[in-house]
Every structure is written in C-alpha cells, then in structure tokens.
Design a protein around this ligand. Structure first.
Ligand code: GDG
Length: 492
C-alpha cells in the first residue's frame, strides 16, 4: 500500500536531479490580515486538498496565484514562502494578478466558459472574446513564472486543471525539453458538447503539448481522445491511448484522485473531535435523539444541492413519522459569488430551505440547517462522525472528494453514503447507495432505504468502501502519475 514514505522513496529514486514543480491557479495556503496579525487558512478546494500531502512528501515548488490580503506580506522578495506554515515542507511561490485579470481569466473564461462547458448540468457557457484574451495572457504569466525557476535545469512540471490549459505549449516553445503533465480535475464532455467552444482547437493544441494528460476516469479519457480525433489532424492510437500530433506524442491516462485516507481516519479518532461533536450539538440545539444527515460542498450548481433538498422534502412528505426526528445539516462555503449562475443557485437553495423548514418543522425543530461558512477541518471531522448518512448528489463531478472523506472518517464502519452516479467516485464506491439526483422520487426512496438499513449492512458496505479508498489513496494517485511521467526522458 502506498504511503508518504514510499512516495518519498519513489521520488528520490525516480526524480533524482530533476526539479519538481506543481502549478495551479488556487494556492494551498492563503494568508490573510487580522488586524496587524497575518493568519492563514486552507481553501476549500478538492485540488489543493489532494495535492498538499503529495507536496509535503516530495518537497519541490508549488506556483499559484496569491489571492489572500496577507499573501504579499508573507512572502520573501522572490515571492516565496515555505509551507505548511506550521511545519514547513515545500516552497509556495505566488504570482499576482490584477483585479481585471482575475475577473476575466478566472471568473470569466475559466468559470463561466470552461466550467459549465465540461460539466453537463445544462448551465449555458458564456464565451467572451475579452475573457479568452485575458486567459491567454494569464497562462503566459504562469509559464514565465515557471521558466524563471527552471532556467536550464532538468524539470518535471505538473500542471493542474482547466485554468492552465495553454501553459505546456507556452513552456515548450521556449524550453522544449521540459517534461510536463497536466491533470484535468473536472469531467471531459463528449465531442458534441465540447465543440461549441469557439477556441476549442487552441485549447486542444495547448493540452497536446503535454507529455502526459490525466483524467479521473477512463470515460473522460475516451471523450478527450474522441474530441481531438474529430477536431484536429491527429493520429490517435486507441490501444496505447496516445495522441500523435505535429511530431509529438501525448499519453492520455486515467488516475482516479483520492485523499490521505490514513491521516483522515486517524484524525477522526482524536479526543478533540469528540469535544467538537459536543460543541456542534449545542450550537445546533440537538439532543442526541435526532437522525442526522450531512452535506458538505462548495455552493456550486454542479453539486446538486437543490436536488437533494427536493428529495428530502419528498421524503418528509411521504414519511411524516420522521418529522421532528430528522435533521439535515448542509454546510460549506459560498463560491464564485460574482457570477450570475452562482447568485441564482444560492437564491434557489435559500428558498427551498425556507419552504421545507416552514412546511416540516415540529416545535423548534427545523429539518434543515444550512450554513455558508468555511468550517475548520476539526468541525468537518465532527460533522462526518455525527452523521448517520452523508449525501453527495452532484449532477456531474470529476471525482468528488467529499464522498471519500466521509468514508475515511467513519473508522467505526457506521454510516451510509448516498452518492450520485454521475460522480467519478461512484465508479469506485459501488457500495454506496447510488442515486440519480434528477430522479426526485427514487432519491427520496433512497433516503428511506438508508434510514432503514440494518447496522450489519451499513458496516459491511462501509468496510468495503474503506478498503477501496485505503488501497487507492492519494499517494497511489501521485505514485502512478509520477511513475508514468518519469518514463519521459529529458531531452529525448
Ligand atoms: C474539483 C472537482 C475533484 C467543502 N466545504 C468546506 C470544505 N470543503 C472541502 C471538502 C473537499 C473539497 O472542499 C471539495 O472537493 P471536491 O472534490 O468535492 O470538489 P471541487 O472543489 O469541485 O474539486 C472534483 C477535485 O477537483 C479533485 O480533483 O474531486 O470533482 O470538481 O475536500 O471537504 N473545506 C473546509 N471548509 C468547508 O466549509 N475546510
């Protein structure tokens, strides 16, 4: 089984004299000012949650956009700071964007065009020429920042996600020997869906400059291969899963991302978590008699939060005996609030919560508690431990780490995961109660089925899911990607 030590060993053997650089839009630690004091927090992002343990194990440099109001104060003259701040293990190098760059490259092209384009959730992508131009400019800033570090060193650059699809091509134009991989953290849709993007060929060319391209699941790899073979003059070797384009070759492989299973499982057993459970019970005015369900998500329209609320409403309508005994706690952070579609989804969620609480309260007991807060890890562990079930009802999701975190926290083998079939995680976690979030009646029935599930069956399912994640942890994801990456030789 892979762990941080075996990953370090692999890295020492394989990366040897190579510089290892990770690059992403989001940084793993954000510094903010609290009066005169600089404090830090970990952003609620699946990507950074997954990669931080890898970087802790292998050192190297992580280049990302500095987004906190204390970020500039925390770095040295070269814009670098060692992280994690409490236990420094690797270098975080920040680059700075103007508000306009952030608006057009991040909110605009990345999140109003590419995000809805790749998630099939019927939210129309918005393509603005000015956003695209700024996206190219900002990708060039990232490429320059990487080249400044690489100089003439042998380097592996591991690029993250859809914000940076053009970086590899920009790097290779200036320094053709750099070896690059890009991991695409969101789904890749079918070619019909992708080809509405006015700049699809430039994006595909940017991606095909990588030696290695990773997706969570085989289905996304196949969609990508089909997209390039229809859109461009390429040779696609289906057997080897390789694309040959302009004399270069890119390997396209699935690497299902994961979490630091052992760490979460161990942390969930700490005494502090028990104390936090007590605090939360008090805060939410719970007696211990209630049946508690949880949802932990960035408030994003892909996560299917209204759909789960509608299913809960239906469940309470059909099963009134649970009114007063059933509490669903939905927490998480607001996300991308300047975008219209996010404003709309937040409004819809608030309205549903209000309606359901109005219809199905008993005395002071409301069935839904909905809080938009960046909860600390300790509270998230406590919530997962308190919950009889966790709902992940994404309409479409690359992987979904919330599902895996819930399972990792249940060292007692109790609790049930209700999981959307349209997540990457559903391919591995087949012992979850799998649902279609669009099918409200079936979804409501699945909640009932969950609540009636005998403890012996809960334990059997949970034990199986824990084994799957324990085996396929984040260190295995990193080891598998790095093992593929180092097959490419510098200068070859
Ligand atoms: C993208 C892909 C893929 C949530 N609320 C709080 C909080 N969180 C944490 C969760 C989890 C993370 O945020 C969310 O991860 P997901 O994987 O569910 O989703 P995305 O952010 O959309 O990530 C996704 C992922 O990349 C990795 O490849 O799995 O499919 O969309 O870790 O626990 N964390 C804190 N407070 C909160 O209130 N601290």
């Amino acid at each position: 089984m892979w762990d941080s030590q075996s990953l370090v060993k692999l890295i020492e053997e394989k990366l040897q004299d190579y510089l290892f650089i990770v690059v992403s839009n989001r940084e793993p630690y954000i510094h903010t000012l609290r009066g005169n004091e600089i404090v830090y927090h970990v952003p609620p992002s699946g990507l950074t949650v997954a990669l931080d343990p890898v970087m802790r194990a292998c050192g190297g440099i992580w280049i990302a956009h500095g987004s906190g109001n204390g970020d500039r104060e925390a770095v040295d003259k070269a814009n670098k700071v060692m992280v994690p701040p409490d236990d420094p293990k690797y270098t975080l190098k920040r680059l700075w964007l103007t508000p306009e760059q952030e608006e057009r490259y991040y909110s605009g092209f990345s999140n109003e065009a590419l995000w809805p384009l790749c998630h099939i959730v019927y939210t129309r992508p918005v393509f603005r020429e000015l956003d695209w131009k700024m996206y190219k400019k900002v990708n060039a800033l990232f490429a320059d920042s990487i080249l400044e570090e690489v100089k003439d060193k042998k380097a592996f650059v591991f690029i993250q996600d859809y914000h940076l699809s053009l970086v590899a091509k920009m790097l290779k134009e200036k320094s053709p020997n750099i070896i690059t991989a890009l991991f695409w953290h969101i789904p890749w849709p079918n070619p019909e869906a992708f080809r509405i993007c006015p700049w699809q060929n430039e994006i595909l060319e940017g991606l095909l400059a990588n030696n290695l391209l990773g997706f969570h699941i085989r289905h996304h790899c196949n969609n990508f291969l089909e997209t390039v073979s229809r859109a461009m003059d390429t040779f696609v070797d289906q057997v080897k899963s390789e694309v040959h384009y302009q004399g270069r070759k890119s390997l396209v492989s699935p690497f299902p991302i994961s979490i630091d299973f052992e760490r979460i499982s161990m942390e969930a057993q700490a005494k502090e978590v028990n104390d936090e459970i007590g605090n939360l019970m008090k805060r939410f005015n719970l007696s211990g008699e209630e049946i508690i369900g949880i949802g932990i998500d960035r408030f994003d329209y892909t996560k299917g939060i209204p759909d789960r609320l509608r299913a809960i409403e239906k469940f309470l309508k059909n099963n009134p005996q649970y009114i007063g005994k059933f509490v669903f706690i939905q927490v998480g952070v607001s996300s991308r609030e300047s975008i219209k579609a996010y404003k709309a989804i937040n409004k819809e969620i608030d309205k549903l919560v209000e309606d359901i609480n109005w219809k199905y309260s008993m005395g002071h007991r409301k069935p839904i508690i909905c809080l938009r807060e960046n909860f600390p890890q300790l509270s998230l562990l406590a919530l997962r431990r308190m919950a009889r079930f966790c709902i992940v009802s994404s309409l479409h999701d690359g992987m979904n780490l919330v599902a895996k975190e819930y399972v990792a926290s249940r060292f007692d083998n109790e609790g049930v995961l209700i999981l959307s079939r349209f997540t990457g995680a559903a391919r591995e976690l087949t012992d979850a109660v799998l649902i279609n979030p669009y099918a409200t009646d079936d979804f409501a029935e699945a909640i009932k089925f969950t609540l009636k599930m005998p403890l012996s069956e809960q334990k059997e399912r949970m034990e199986k899911m824990r084994k799957v994640i324990q085996e396929n942890n984040i260190y295995k994801w990193a080891a598998d990607s790095i093992t593929e990456l180092v097959k490419f030789q510098f200068g070859a």
